[in-house]
Design a protein around this ligand. Sequence first.
Ligand SMILES: [Mn+2]
Length: 370
Amino acid sequence: MKTINFIINPHLIFEHDKEILFVVNKSINQSIKISQKFFDLLKNINDLNVFTIYDLEVKYNLSDSIIKYLLNHLFIIPNQNNEIFARGIHVFPKHLDVSRKKSLGDLLYTNSCYNVIIGLQVDTLKDTYLSTRTSPNEIRKSLNTFDNLKYVDMGNILYFPHYETIGALGERVNFITKILIDKHHFPVFLGGDHSLTYYTTNALLREVGELGIIHFDAHHDLYHDINSLNPLNHANVFYHLTQSSRIKSITQIGVRTPSSIYVHEKITTFNAAKNNINTICDAIQKLPKDIQYYISFDIDAVDPKFAPDVAAPIPGGLLPEQCFKILKLITEELSLTGMDMVEVCQGQKKMNKTSALAAELIQKVLQNKA
Ligand SMILES: [Mn+2]
């Protein structure tokens, strides 16, 4: 974190109306009243041009709470790709429990390690009428019903699919993940479709060097076409991930589609029906212990009787109890650095059974990990 270069948000306008001073952030149309002292401070920092958090602490002797305020109000933003960050990095959905809300500055200046929920409203392939964009908020509602579950929520990462590329989302994921890993927090990314795993794992790889992935899914997500450029989508994301030498292993659990499409030495696939749970548990116990692991959970790994709200259901999946058992073992045996829960679709009914199960699966990981 100390190595990230910041600037004063170029979208700020300093204004005064008689005696009252304002800072207006014109990219989000927000104005904040400030004191003369703070007004002068911001002007001074602006003269620095580019600075680190460390510079603010040492050169300006600023307290943690002031730097936290500067970060949370977007007065300062990362220098790199600053246009992507000018409008903000994340946004809180309405009705989010106030006691759970944490902004970037809060997570940076804390001595606690939190489980941090982050939503990514990504839907790259609109090949179905079912959308995954609303799912982070649906899963949150169910998570909130677990009274004793310890976590905080930083809302949804901002993403404007109509006028920026998905790479912009990737930059925000990188920035947020860096802060979370630096401060030993545990990110829980809520999807969104499975393509987001490409961005979350690559962001983690920048911080942890090497990674093993435990991938729950009905599909192998290796749909690689040698005649095309294979732009990233939710059906080929694991093909893209095999291309990174720093991803050491991919253990696929629950797959029930033929996996001969693309074979790679780092992938081990366990079919939901053919491989019994003991075989899967043995394989998890044998995984190398010297690297960090990431859980990527596509909810369609579970039998559609229990998780019906998915885009491409395949009968005969894992039972919830089986998932709980495997997740418990993973948390006991492996060192985890983060997880995602993806591909929950907007439910057809008012009570979304699928997002409730997704929340329960996350709860099992967070509870056992603690
Ligand atoms: Mn998938």
